[in-house]
Write a protein that binds this ligand. Structure first.
Ligand code: ZN
Length: 201
C-alpha cells in the first residue's frame, strides 16, 4: 500500500492585533478547511501544493468567520476557565493596542475629546464613560470581533456628546455605525459567555 504523504508546518498569523499559531497540515486533498482550536490556535488542512502566503490570504478572506468562532472555542478548549493573571495582562495589552489606533480615529470622526482611558477585566460591562470624559473598556473585548469592539468604542465616545440613551444618542452612533444592531445582537448572544470568564476571577 502506498504511504500517504503528510507535511506539517507551523507559522504565525497576525490580524487586527490578534496573534494566532497556525498548524498547516498538507495532504493529498483538493480543498482547504479551517478549524479554530482555541483563541490563538488554528488548524488549516490543505492540498500538498499550498503555501503559507496562500493560506494567509485564505485566513484574511475568512477572518470574520474565524472571529465569530473564537468565543465558542474559548468555552470548549478552556472549559470556561477564567484567564489567569498573565492572560489578563495579555488581553488588556491587546485591547490597549487596538484602542490606541481606533479611539483617536473615531474621536476625530465624532469631533469629541476624552480624558483618561483604562482597560479592566470586568464582570458586567463592556465599556463606560464618566461625566469627566474618562473612558473605560473591558479587556475581554479582545475576544470579540473587531466590528463589535469598534461599536463599543463608538458607543462610549457618543456618550461624550449625549450622556444618555436618547434617540439623539442613537442617531450619533448610527452616523458612524449604521448596522449597530448587528453588533448589539452579537453581544447579546455571545457576551455572557465572555463575561462569565471574568466572573470566575
Ligand atoms: Zn451607553
Amino acid at each position: 500500500m502506498k504511504k500517504q504523504k503528510t507535511v506539517e508546518e507551523t507559522f504565525t498569523y497576525v490580524k487586527y492585533g490578534l496573534l494566532f499559531t497556525v498548524r498547516l497540515v498538507k495532504t493529498f486533498r483538493n480543498s482547504y478547511s479551517i478549524r479554530v482550536n482555541s483563541k490563538d490556535t488554528l488548524t488549516v488542512r490543505a492540498p500538498l501544493f499550498a503555501t503559507q502566503t496562500g493560506v494567509t490570504a485564505l485566513l484574511d478572506k475568512h477572518f470574520n468567520w474565524i472571529e465569530k468562532r473564537i468565543p465558542a472555542a474559548i468555552s470548549q478548549t478552556e472549559n470556561g476557565k477564567a484567564p489567569d493573571e498573565e492572560q489578563i495582562k495579555e488581553l488588556a495589552d491587546k485591547a490597549k493596542e487596538y484602542l490606541g489606533i481606533r479611539l483617536p480615529y473615531f474621536a476625530r470622526l465624532l469631533d469629541v475629546r476624552y480624558n483618561n482611558v483604562t482597560v479592566r477585566c470586568q464582570k458586567t460591562r463592556w465599556g463606560s464613560c464618566s461625566a469627566k470624559g474618562n473612558l473605560n473598556f473591558n479587556c475581554l473585548l479582545s475576544f470579540a470581533p473587531t466590528e463589535v469592539f469598534d461599536y463599543v468604542i463608538v458607543h462610549e465616545l457618543c456618550h461624550l456628546k449625549e450622556m444618555n440613551h436618547s434617540p439623539a444618542f442613537w442617531h450619533e452612533v448610527e452616523k458612524i455605525i449604521p448596522d449597530r444592531k448587528i453588533h448589539e445582537k452579537w453581544l447579546r448572544q455571545n457576551g455572557s459567555a465572555l463575561l462569565s470568564l471574568a466572573k470566575k476571577i
